[in-house]
Design a protein. Structure first.
Lengths: 252, 294, 364
């Protein structure tokens, strides 16, 4: 069975069908791309999958469990983590603490233990620090662990968001335009990191991207959205050669 | 019959709240700040009229005129000295606290000049009371003047905002400062104008308030200021019709609460109604609900 | 190996910073005690010692809401009021009911009760907090504080052998045979609360509040609260339970304000709910401490609460009539100096020049 199964998702804003009859099936371990012109509804799909919006119609299930209508927090606990198109870091926290917030639900001690600094506080904080540093190392951020997140350069902020999402130990990782605003070198580096994350964490990844080079370079399967509807779905090479897709992107 | 007379008194008190709330809401809409000193401008306005009429013995019309001019200038001065430097401060709380400082400043200036003892304010209204329904309801001249003045100002203000260039500029600045500037609107001047109008309205409210309730102390403006702030939030802060409706409703609720439930609980009732309204409609009666885009 | 070092630095850095804060408080306490024992402190200033502790606790606890959770509250005095009246009520009742109870135990229990009730009210007001944002929340908290103050002024409450008597009208409506057993007497409040507060207890409570707030900030829960402040949507996306942590921050903040209220009530022989002590003016005054001291900066809250409480009294010596006017001017000036971007840039420039001079000298 597929890891993520979404069937016939629709959402309306007023009279506008932002996403209409969207279905997707992502196998475990797959690197899946969601592409489409501006305003096609890609981010809305992410917002539906993560519970920011509730779908008017349709069912979402993760690993066989129905997660339709759950709150964002619950969906993350069920195993979906995401990044945002307009970066959303905890700006006044350090890089390390950003990741530690991601570890929140996996390394616990009571409020009282925290206030009284009981041994469990020390032990768990130590575990969290180690785990967080390990993740930061993957993204080459470990040397800036104590920097304020808002002081990181743009590219590194995007990486930190991925590290924070991974810290929640998800089954499925959603990346919303991870290469936006990066130069070709940074994009190349990012592709390597994404591949590395997939191998190392045995991660399933769904990403939204405009950069065709990145998409064709790393995605195994693609879904193309246009005006909220699926235009084409399948293996990357087939999709990119589909005349409908070419038309949508390049015009007649 | 007493019901109608309470209603009229409520609308009259509400009209004063509405005038003050208009200032709150306009300043909030444009400068995105809660001007806590706004209530004290009311007090300054009343003291100015008091000085001109009761101390210098000049006619009431002159007293009101001087108060309006003085408060207009005062409002612009406060904006220029205390608020403008903080417009781009890192936290919006900075200008809020400064406004509180200005409020203390105005109260203590008045305290130094006029002392803490309540002054009895001579009403500027010379209109006779009117008896309605065969003498069962008495409506004072102050009540009538307050309601009429409030309605006139509301109409003028609406016309000003919708029909004049300066009014349109105010709308534009409240919508998006940056874009307004790019369109060639002088943002600084527009904000100064807003403070000027708000303060002028506050001075009129002060004179009307003290004509109806003739006790004048340096703290006279404080509670009406807070109530008007509540009225502005009640109606949806930033919305001009909202401030008007909020003010009137608040006045009516307060007078009814005093009359029918308990005079000591009137304030608690006003605040409790506010909390209930906001729980049902988190942005007030006419407020716009803007959701954060993800 | 490098990683191990890293995390040790991290934990001990927060501990070190906390210890410095505790040290400052204890040192200030010691200096004050020495000055008092040498009779170098005016009676007026001595009378301020407990109120200063009250204000410091209020400022520190409000900073948890405003600085750490990032929500504007204008009703902090309301929580203080709840703590003051429930604590004083308890003490007064125990004086009749269990006269043998040791004062220390009675006061300890009064603190617990004040904190508990204020915390409960914190949860209650926390419900709108979940729905409202920014200035709308500010006005609701302000309204809440005013309602509390208003109701307490109408409350008549007494206990005798027939049970609890309660009325919102007048003392006569209580129908009590022994009017001495009326504990809360409407606008006249509670009289004869045992005078259990003193400077030492005040400082102990300040330290208690500091331990709770500072350790909370540096814990898992504190991080979650700050994450919500910085970006609620992102916090949700990493599985943070926003409702839980907002309520937690609000309730802890309110409980500590309740403790400040109990301390305040047991420093006075007569406790009444006036606009001056429990009205929105007091809430605003506490907010002034927090913002002037630095939003989210706990140490700054302590310092500004002390300075701004002492300042009017110091000014009294020089300019008794216009002291509050000067206070207002200083407040405005300090706000502009601390927050105006132009002032900040100017300060940076001066600092840069000084540094350059220093470097130039060193180069020679």
């Amino acid at each position: 069975m597929a890891l993520l199964e979404a069937k016939n998702l629709s959402i309306y804003f007023g009279g506008l069908r932002a996403v209409d009859d969207f279905s997707i099936s992502i196998e475990k371990g797959c690197l899946y791309g969601l592409i489409g012109p501006n305003g096609a509804g890609k981010t809305t799909v992410f917002n539906l999958l993560t519970g920011v919006y509730k779908p008017n119609e349709g069912i979402i299930s993760l690993d066989g469990k129905n997660i339709t209508g759950l709150k964002t927090t619950e969906i993350n606990q069920a195993g979906i983590a995401r990044t945002f198109q307009n970066i959303r870091l905890f700006k006044k926290l350090s890089v390390l603490d950003n990741v530690k917030v991601g570890l929140h639900n996996h390394h616990k001690y009571s409020t009282l233990a925290g206030i009284l600094r009981l041994p469990s506080y020390r032990k768990v904080e130590k575990e969290m620090d180690e785990k967080a540093m390990e993740l930061l190392k993957v993204f080459d951020l470990d040397s800036q662990a104590q920097t304020l997140a808002s002081n990181l350069p743009y590219g590194k902020q995007r990486k930190l968001e991925i590290a924070r999402a991974l810290a929640t130990n998800p089954k499925l990782l959603l990346l919303d335009e991870p290469a936006a605003g990066m130069n070709p070198n940074e994009t190349q580096e990012l592709m390597d990191t994404i591949r590395f994350v997939r191998e190392k964490f045995d991660m399933t990844i769904l990403l939204i991207e405009h950069d065709m080079k990145l998409v064709s370079g790393i995605c195994e399967e693609l879904t193309v959205l246009n005006f909220g509807r699926i235009l084409c779905q399948g293996k990357t090479i087939d999709v990119l050669n589909n005349p409908e897709v070419i038309k949508a992107y390049l015009g007649e | 019959m007493s019901f109608i007379s309470y209603l009229i008194n409520g609308i009259s008190l509400g009209s004063v709240y509405a005038l003050i709330a208009l200032g709150y809401t306009m300043v909030y809409g444009i400068a995105k700040m809660l001007n806590f000193a706004h209530g004290d401008v009311i007090m300054i306005g009343a003291f100015t009229t008091y000085t001109v009429c009761s101390i210098a013995g000049l006619p009431p019309v002159l007293g009101v005129l001087v108060a309006v001019v003085f408060c207009t200038l005062l409002g612009m001065l406060i904006e220029r000295v205390a608020y403008k430097p903080l417009r781009k401060a890192a936290s919006p709380l900075a200008v809020l606290i400064t406004a509180i400082g200005v409020s203390y400043f105005l109260q203590n200036i008045a305290l130094l000049i006029f002392g803490a003892n309540a002054k009895s304010f001579t009403s500027i209204v010379t209109l006779e009371s009117v008896k309605l329904a065969g003498g069962q309801i008495t409506v004072t001249g102050e009540t009538i003047v307050t309601i009429v003045v409030c309605i006139i100002i509301m109409i003028l203000l609406t016309l000003f905002i919708n029909k004049t260039k300066a009014g349109q500029a105010m709308l534009a600045v409240s919508e998006d400062k940056g874009a307004a500037q790019l369109m060639g609107i002088n943002v600084d001047a527009t904000i100064a104008l807003t403070f000027a109008i708000g303060s002028a309205l506050a001075s009129i409210a002060g004179v009307l308030l003290c004509s109806a309730y003739p006790q004048l102390t340096p703290y006279t403006g404080s509670m009406p200021g807070i109530k008007a702030f509540v009225a502005a939030v009640f109606g949806g802060i930033g919305s001009i019709p909202g401030a008007f409706i909020g003010g009137i409703l608040l006045g009516v609720i307060e007078i009814f609460g005093k009359a029918y439930i308990s005079s000591q609980m009137a304030d608690a009732i006003v605040f409790a109604v506010l909390i209930l309204v906001l729980l049902v409609k988190p942005t007030g009666l006419l407020g716009k609900n803007i959701q954060e885009k993800v | 190996m490098a990683m191990n070092k890293m995390k040790k630095i991290n934990i001990s850095a927060s501990l070190k910073s906390n210890l410095i804060t505790f040290g400052i408080v204890i040192a200030a306490y010691a200096v004050m005690q020495i000055l008092v024992s040498l009779h170098l402190v005016s009676s007026l200033m001595r009378g301020l010692l407990v109120p200063i502790c009250v204000y410091v606790i209020l400022a520190v606890s409000l900073n948890l809401t405003v600085g750490i959770l990032g929500e504007l509250s204008l009703g902090h005095a309301g929580f203080m009021c709840v703590g003051a009246f429930t604590g004083a009520f308890f003490s007064k009742y125990i004086l009749y009911a269990v006269p043998g109870m040791p004062g220390a135990l009675r006061f300890f229990l009064a603190l617990l009760i004040g904190a508990l009730f204020a915390g409960l009210f914190g949860l209650l007001i926390g419900i709108p907090v979940l729905r409202l944002k920014g200035d709308y929340l500010a006005i609701v908290t302000l309204a809440f504080g005013e309602i509390i103050k208003n109701l307490i002024n109408l409350l008549y409450l007494g206990i005798d052998e027939n049970g609890v008597h309660i009325s919102l009208n007048s003392a006569l409506d209580l129908h009590m045979e022994d009017s001495d057993k009326i504990i809360v007497n409407g606008a006249m409040g509670i009289t004869g609360t045992p005078n259990d507060s003193n400077f030492t207890i005040g400082v102990v409570l300040v330290l208690f509040a500091l331990i709770i707030v500072l350790n909370l900030i540096h814990s898992r829960d504190g991080r979650a609260i700050m994450a919500i402040r910085d970006n609620t949507i992102a916090a949700e996306s990493v599985g943070i339970n926003v409702t839980k942590y907002k309520l937690m921050a609000f309730a802890i903040s309110a409980s500590l304000a309740g403790i400040a209220g109990v301390l305040y009530a047991h420093n006075l022989s007569t406790l009444t709910a006036l606009p001056k002590n429990f009205g929105y003016n007091m809430s605003i005054q506490i907010l002034v401490f927090v913002v002037l001291g630095g939003i989210g900066n706990i140490r700054g809250s302590i310092i500004s609460a002390v300075v701004l409480t002492v300042l009017p009294e110091l000014l009294r010596g020089f300019v008794s009539d216009s002291r509050m006017l000067i206070y207002a001017i200083i407040l405005i000036a300090m706000m502009l100096f601390n927050w105006a971007p132009a002032c900040i840039a100017w300060r940076e420039k001066i600092r840069y020049r000084l540094n350059r001079k220093k470097n130039a000298k060193e180069a020679e």
